[in-house]
Design a binder for this molecule. Structure first.
Ligand SMILES: Nc1ncnc2c1ncn2[C@@H]1O[C@H](COP(=O)(O)OP(=O)(O)O)[C@@H](O)[C@H]1O
Ligand SMILES: [Mg+2]
Length: 227
């Protein structure tokens, strides 16, 4: 297999002397999708926050392209659980184009062209001129994902992205994400409550169980969930 784009090595984190993460170790490769599964409160969001460098681990190391990674970077984009992360005063297309223009990744013209393409792929072509308050939760999440993908991040971290989205649309968006990850080489780590979804979308699963974290294959996961 190719060299890992991202490695977490022995990540530990406690809150108020309560151990939440213990020696979490895994690696992520280009275009790979991994799911994170576990009961509410087990530490899934904490793990994503640490991977995005929004929170420091008590110990352990994060390597990005083989180098220690200690600060937030546009190479690693974290889409939080909250649907309301879009700029409410900007239209959908302006929200998506904005980071590419602000960072000078693309000229204004190219940023709008890319934003339009991404929104078409996300099935949002009709909504480019809408404002966030006019969108459903699932649509806002898709806009947030398009806004992340315009930056062509190496890693996309998604925290329960489609909790409020119906099954059919969820499967469609996962299809789009898989396709775009292959196209851009982006690796994805996503938290989901839906066990079926986890094994459909990911070959490997970070499974929180009884204070331990295991990295298992979807075949091993099938045995655990009894299918
Ligand atoms: N900043 C914090 N300070 C204290 N405790 C926290 C903090 N963040 C999370 N926790 C605690 O850590 C545990 C794991 O939280 P979290 O990672 O949000 O779980 P999950 O996303 O799996 O539901 C919870 O018990 C939560 O209350
Ligand atoms: Mg959470």
């Amino acid at each position: 297999m190719s060299k890992a784009v991202f490695e977490a090595i022995d990540i530990c984190k406690s809150f108020d002397e309560r151990k939440i993460l213990k020696d979490v170790t895994f690696s992520l490769h280009k275009s790979e999708i991994m799911a994170i599964v576990g009961k509410s409160g087990c530490g899934k969001t904490t793990l994503l926050r640490i991977l995005a460098n929004l929170e420091l681990p008590d110990s352990g190391e994060l390597l990005f392209d083989g180098q220690p990674q200690k600060n937030p970077t546009p190479n690693i984009i974290f889409i939080q659980q909250d649907y309301n992360q879009l700029l409410p005063w900007k239209s959908v297309i302006n929200n998506v184009a904005y980071p590419a223009i602000a960072t000078k990744k693309y000229s204004k013209e190219d940023a709008f062209r890319r934003a339009k393409e991404l929104l078409e792929k996300m099935d949002l072509a009709e909504f480019v001129d809408y404002y966030p308050r006019e969108l459903s939760g699932g649509m806002k999440q898709r806009v947030a994902i398009a806004r992340a993908l315009i930056m062509e991040p190496k890693i996309l971290l998604l925290d329960e992205p489609f909790g409020a989205v119906d099954r059919e649309s969820r499967e469609k968006v996962y299809g789009i994400i898989k396709k775009l990850c292959n196209e851009y080489g982006t690796a994805v780590l996503l938290v989901t409550h839906n066990l079926q979804e986890a094994k459909n979308v990911a070959k490997k699963i970070i499974y929180f169980e009884a204070n331990t974290v295991k990295i298992i294959t979807s075949a091993e996961f099938n045995k655990i969930i009894g299918v």
